[in-house]
Design a protein around this ligand. Structure first.
Ligand code: F0G
Length: 352
């Protein structure tokens, strides 16, 4: 059957009315890539079957599109004319795109100076009203939660249950792509904790086995690991720069029910895994997206996870082009040569 987005594909598992008009960009159906070189690097000779779920290949470059097709579809159904969200950037871009497609006004609140360029560019291109606030994502979320109590505007952050309904289709896809069974470990970054909650809902609903969940938080923004709100969250992985996750309770449930682990990884370790993904497997992601892999590598090193013969899936939540500045900052600058073949040959001779 032709792929027409996650609602159409998994309609039987989603609580939409029969005659709902679906707003879709044909999101989902992202590749599950076997990563043997990476597996050998993080767990030598262990026979670890490592897979990368490349969610950066969704229409707006992040996993948010799965939940956004559902949230915008339902918002239109309920007669909304305006939608709003707070965002570290990806939710903003996704909301802006789906709102454009549905002909809705879209407002997005982003933390000033802490949103990666690709996310800002996309949100502006899709015609959203981008509002920069001199506060954190958490401050923005407080603001949008309050405004929807006062005005007839639909909130499309993952506190909206339809977001989780759409996002849970990621679990269905992983099971389908693995031939009908869940992996042993499901590894992912945790920010506002919508995604971890949604995946767990999905695994439970599909009824084809349950993985253990491994959540990674950036060390400077690790409220769930620490067990308290972080007032001033910091990390280079700006997507998950969040100090008070809205879905905290559900995240703890997912971790508890799955026999899972939540752990903090330093920015240095996030960058290390980010580099390994690109250099060993040719998969370019934004830094936050490497946090699941960094957590897996760390827990294997600590002896907390035994990789022997296991299957692990790492969710790569956003595309590398979302954050070109970090990619360039982390690299050695390009070489400059005169425009002739002799110069190129001399370079190759010298750099053998
Ligand atoms: N990875 C990326 C690339 C993200 O953009 C986010 C969240 C996460 C992981 C964490 O997912 O919040 O469901 O735990 N980004 C949100 C945003 C907060 O506004 O784009 P989560």
């Amino acid at each position: 059957m032709k792929w027409q987005g996650v609602i159409q594909q998994y309609r039987a598992y989603l609580p939409f009315a029969d005659d709902v008009q679906i707003v879709t960009l044909n999101e989902g159906n992202t590749p599950l890539i076997r990563a043997d070189r990476l597996a050998e690097q993080i767990a030598p000779k262990a026979g670890l079957k490592l897979y990368l779920k490349y969610e950066g290949l969704n229409p707006t470059g992040s996993f948010k599109d799965r939940g956004m097709t559902a949230a915008i579809t339902q918002a239109v159904r309920e007669g909304a004319k305006t939608v709003i969200c707070a965002s570290t950037g990806n939710t903003a871009a996704s909301a802006a795109a789906y709102a454009a497609r549905a002909g809705l006004r879209c407002l997005v609140l982003v933390p000033e100076g802490k949103i990666a360029l690709g996310k800002l560019a996309a949100s502006l291109a899709y015609g959203a009203e981008v509002i920069s606030i001199n506060g954190s994502f958490d401050d923005g979320l407080d603001m949008v939660r309050a405004i929807v109590e006062r005005l007839p505007i639909a909130l499309v952050n993952s506190v909206n249950p339809w977001r989780l309904e759409g996002q849970k289709t990621g679990s269905f896809e992983i099971i389908d792509q693995l031939g009908g069974q869940a992996p042993d470990w499901h590894c992912l970054p945790v920010g506002n904790a919508g995604n971890i909650s949604a995946y767990w809902l999905g695994y439970k609903q599909y009824g084809k086995g349950l993985p253990r969940i491994l959540g990674g938080q950036a060390a400077g923004s690790a409220p769930i690991v620490l067990g308290h709100v972080v007032e001033k969250p910091e990390t280079l992985a700006t997507a998950i720069r969040i100090g008070n996750p809205a879905r905290w309770r559900q995240a703890l449930e997912a971790l508890d029910e799955s026999g899972g682990i939540i752990t903090a990884v330093t920015d240095a370790k996030i960058l290390e895994s980010w580099k390994l993904l690109a250099r060993l497997e040719g998969v370019f992601v934004e830094p936050a997206s490497a946090t699941g892999l960094a957590a897996l590598k760390q827990q294997i090193e600590l002896g907390e996870i035994d990789p022997v013969g296991k299957t692990a899936v790492c969710i790569l939540t956003g595309h590398g082009l979302k954050d070109p500045a970090t990619a360039v900052d982390q690299a050695t600058p390009p070489l400059t040569l005169p425009a002739n073949v002799e110069a190129l040959e001399a370079y190759l001779a010298a750099s053998k």
